[in-house]
Design a protein around this ligand. Structure first.
Ligand code: FES
Ligand code: FES
Length: 162
């Protein structure tokens, strides 16, 4: 059975009804059908984290999830983070802290970090390391990424208090 199936999903706040093939991965769906190429295709085997997006607020490797699994669910990708032309604090912090070099890992890193900060606005260093353990960066050495997530958490906490 290889028949297309219609799914309903919300992508970056926009409701969508679209037919997908049963063996289409979420990564293929996002990049090649919706044109959301911010989500990167690295290993395609669940090892690098470059394809990390949020499904129901939780990070998933989009290369390991089928598009049909998003039926009835809510998806968030890097394209949905900025609002009114302003970068999300995580995006800004990655720039400010020099946590972006080639940038290939960055969307996945930021989505994994977003899920963490949504749940724990004041994470310990260990919690940040754990949250990003599935995301590989070949350029930065991770130090500036840790700094960026910490700084974004501080900024987000500040904006909630103030
Ligand atoms: S492309 Fe999905 S984990 Fe590497
Ligand atoms: S910035 Fe190049 S892989 Fe992370």
């Amino acid at each position: 059975m290889n028949e297309a199936r219609s799914i309903r999903t919300i992508v970056n706040g926009k409701p969508l009804e679209i037919s997908v093939s049963p063996n289409e991965t979420l990564l293929e769906f996002l990049r090649y059908r919706l044109g959301l190429t911010g989500t990167k295709e690295g290993c395609d085997t669940g090892d690098c984290g470059a394809c990390t997006v949020l499904l129901e607020g939780k990070p998933v490797n989009a290369c390991l999830v089928l598009a049909v699994e998003a039926d009835g669910g809510t998806l968030a990708t890097i394209e949905g983070l900025s609002s009114n032309g302003e970068l999300h604090p995580l995006q800004q912090a990655f720039i400010d802290q020099g946590a972006v070099q080639c940038g290939f890992c960055t969307p996945g890193m930021i989505m994994a970090a977003k899920s963490l900060l949504d749940e724990e606005p004041s994470p310990s260093e260990e919690e940040i390391r754990l949250a990003l353990a599935g995301n590989i960066c070949r350029c930065t050495g991770y130090v500036n990424i840790m700094k960026a997530v910490t700084a974004a958490g501080q900024r987000l906490r500040g904006s909630k208090q103030g």
